[in-house]
Design a protein around this ligand. Structure first.
Ligand SMILES: *Cc1c(COP(=O)(O)O)cnc(C)c1O
Length: 368
């Protein structure tokens, strides 16, 4: 509300040094949360999709200016990666879908095999997109091992951390996300994992130069505005010129509540997901899936007779119609799962208990 009412122009530092100072403070802070060095640069975006697109464009300019380089993802990559490649003019790049392990994480051996095969066949590895928490199950790919392979084969290492990346703020999350600081670029969504209002995403690039090279341009009517002591201007780091003062949405809550409050809320979400998983695993008939990396649990119900996929899908519909809890569904290799994603600062243990009650009662109702 303050950002909208004060209507600060936050494209160029010289036009609104205060707004740009705040944005730069926010992107630097986000970079420090990820563990990036001082050379990093970032830009606040409307969300994770545009953050991923921003990173893909930076990766294209840095490592694939003429096209032809290959892209490596798993089938759990968010669909915005596909959109980003398409928009960036790389929709027809050679594409490798890398196998995953039993916990739905990218197989390092399969990735190396694919990189190796491409090099052997004269195809240049360009971009590896790893997940810092998938949408389906919250799985985190083995980031340190992937980083090493990217260095070895000269590929750009991007981590889509729109959902999970900012869990690096709390101790448990930082442990799980080890290696994210070695990525060439990271996409983040403060409007998810920092519980902030929609319209707050971020793209970070380890070597900030690549962001400037991809997005800065000059024009006579702009040049006098470019000079300032405030640091880089958002307009030089993103496709936007005039833009909303979105840094306010990130900066002010951090000032008011303090970082510790965000950390505590994140730790609570991680604990709640483990608790939900544990409780489901103690109830007959439920397949709670692998233990959660982060705050998503993908589970299903296996009835004594009949089709488990069909039953689980009906259970989800029942829960949604009843409206006590909001969950969604997904299919993993054809198998149907309900996703319990715990990512609201207002969700506490009593709500998770209510969710379990709703699920158990739902099964009873469907079983007649
Ligand atoms: C949510 C999400 C996105 C897309 O982010 P938006 O903010 O919705 O554009 C991309 N990747 C992952 C892993 C996500 O969870």
């Amino acid at each position: 509300m303050l950002a909208a009412a004060s209507n600060k122009y936050s494209g160029f530092a010289s036009a609104s040094p205060g707004a740009v100072r705040i944005e730069n403070a926010c992107t630097q802070w986000l970079a420090s949360v990820i563990g990036y060095p001082e050379t990093a640069a970032g830009t606040l975006t409307s969300g994770g999709s545009i953050a991923n697109l921003t990173a893909v464009v930076a990766a294209r300019e840095a490592r694939d200016p003429d096209g032809g380089g290959a892209v490596y993802t798993t089938r759990f990559a968010h669909y915005c990666i596909e959109k980003a490649l398409h928009i960036a003019g790389r929709g027809r790049s050679p594409r490798r879908q890398i196998e995953t392990d039993a916990s739905h994480r990218m197989s390092v051996a399969a990735l190396e095999e694919a990189l190796e095969a491409d090099v052997r066949n004269g195809i240049r590895p360009w971009l590896v997109v790893a997940s810092g928490g998938t949408v389906d199950t919250g799985a985190i790919d083995p980031l340190p091992e992937i980083a090493e392979l990217c260095r070895k084969y000269g590929a750009w290492f991007h981590v889509d951390g729109a959902y999970g990346g900012l869990f690096a703020l709390c101790d448990e999350g930082r442990e799980l996300l080890q290696g994210i600081d070695q990525a060439d670029s990271v996409a983040l969504d403060p409007h998810k994992t920092l519980f902030l209002p929609y319209g707050t995403g971020a793209a970070l690039v380890r070597d900030g130069r690549h962001l400037t090279e991809a997005f800065s341009a000059t024009a006579h009517y702009i040049s006098p505005l470019g000079e300032s002591e405030v640091g880089p201007s958002p307009a030089d780091l993103s496709p936007e010129l005039t833009r909303h003062f979105r840094a306010m949405r990130l900066w002010l809550p951090l000032q008011i509540a303090g970082v510790a409050a965000f950390r505590a809320a994140q730790s609570e979400k991680l604990a709640l997901a483990r608790y939900f998983h544990q409780r489901l695993s103690e109830i007959d008939g439920f397949d709670p899936g692998p233990a959660p990396d982060l705050s998503v649990v993908a589970f299903r119900y296996v009835p004594e007779g009949g089709d488990a996929d069909e039953f689980t899908e009906r259970l989800l519909k029942h829960l949604q119609q009843e409206g006590r809890v909001m969950m969604s569904g997904t299919r993993i290799d054809g198998t149907y799962y309900i996703r319990c994603a715990i990512l609201c600062f207002r969700t506490h243990v009593e709500h998770v208990d209510q969710a379990i009650d709703a699920i158990v009662e739902g099964v009873k109702t469907l079983n007649g």
